[in-house]
Design a protein around this ligand. Sequence first.
Ligand SMILES: Cc1cc2nc3c(=O)[nH]c(=O)nc-3n(C[C@H](O)[C@H](O)[C@H](O)COP(=O)(O)OP(=O)(O)OC[C@H]3O[C@@H](n4cnc5c(N)ncnc54)[C@H](O)[C@@H]3O)c2cc1C
Length: 386
Amino acid sequence: MTEMFDVAVVGLGATGGAAAAHLAARGARVIGFEASHPGHPLSSSHGDSRVIRLGYFEDPAYVPLLRRAYRHWRALEAEVQEELLTITGVLHIGAADSAIVRGTRAACEAHDLAFEVLDPGAMRRRYPMFALHAGEVGLIEPEGGFLRPERVVAAHLRVAALAGAVLRLGEKVTAIEPDDGGVTLVSSMGRVRARTVVVATGPWIADLVPELRAVAVPIRQVVAWYAPLDAAATAPGRMPVYLRDEGEAGSYFGFPALNGQGLKVGRHCHFNEPLDPDQPNAPVNGRDEALLDGFMAQNLPGVAGARLSATTCRYTMLPGENFLLDRLPSDPSIIVASPCSGHGFKFASVIGEILADLALRGGTDLPIDLFSFAALKDRRSAEQAA
Ligand SMILES: Cc1cc2nc3c(=O)[nH]c(=O)nc-3n(C[C@H](O)[C@H](O)[C@H](O)COP(=O)(O)OP(=O)(O)OC[C@H]3O[C@@H](n4cnc5c(N)ncnc54)[C@H](O)[C@@H]3O)c2cc1C
């Protein structure tokens, strides 16, 4: 007789790994599939560091989820006995009325989070490594910091495996066939039955969820690392993680020097270049390098030296730069998880809990209305009308 799993998880990056860990910890019979290896370079869950912050400028409605994510990150660290989340503070730089500074301030005030606005004099004294341009201020949120993506993915999968999850690496799911009793997953190695499936396939989400074709758009992202000219000034204990709002020129994120790898920087959405997830990423080119070199020379002068390396990564963008975490309206045994839009990593620990709730209880008490198919449809219509 064919074995019946409670839940199958397809894709074992940040999202699927967290889902597998939460599901297995609750005693569910779980099977996970990963087409390649977790955190591989064509996925979205690699690259040494991810920003985490509580005062969410994008929408204060995310804050309760973030508080819960922080608790899960600390619990995961205790379980695997490894540092995954490092607090450095996150410094938000921009005009006082820029989306990032104004929005972070609003989220901090709405949720009673610690923050401090730093005028140019205070910025020079406290964070002299950052150049400040006319009209700009700093806003430091002390509870922010960074996560280690490769360690996080490995930690969730270790926890899942120890709790009994079956993890099949190097096995691609090619089709999901729903029926009255659940779903059959067709993979490169055979067929597997499960009551419910969580599809968390990042840039490939539309392969198994055709409803998302033309809605979930994988785009190319580039990040680079620069030699720190002053080791003391760029160490994580001294230099915070930062976001910089450059208005119409976009927003940038950057990190202190970690593990001797240099100062990492990227522009959110880079040049917004759509890509075919089945093709290799286009290599880093002169235009990519010029953008990031120019940013570092202008904004961290005297602190950042030569570019050491640069690499590509992938965002999967959804309308409104939001997430999708919901049952497929046409088939509730299929749960779709697309929490990227370039900012999903920090939520992965709580998203694992949400996906386990959806799979095992059919719903969750956590506030996820923002991430439904209905909300996605509204945002898409609003974007098309604009
Ligand atoms: C450069 C960069 C910087 C970022 N910075 C931040 C940040 O600072 N803070 C933040 O919170 N977020 C950030 N993000 C976003 C965050 O990293 C993503 O939201 C997150 O990694 C998404 O993880 P995922 O598991 O959904 O997707 P992925 O990591 O892409 O995992 C999907 C997995 O599914 C597998 N798969 C695909 N198809 C199949 C199939 N048919 N069968 C089996 N397996 C399959 C793939 O091989 C892949 O491993 C950043 C992203 C990038 C690229």
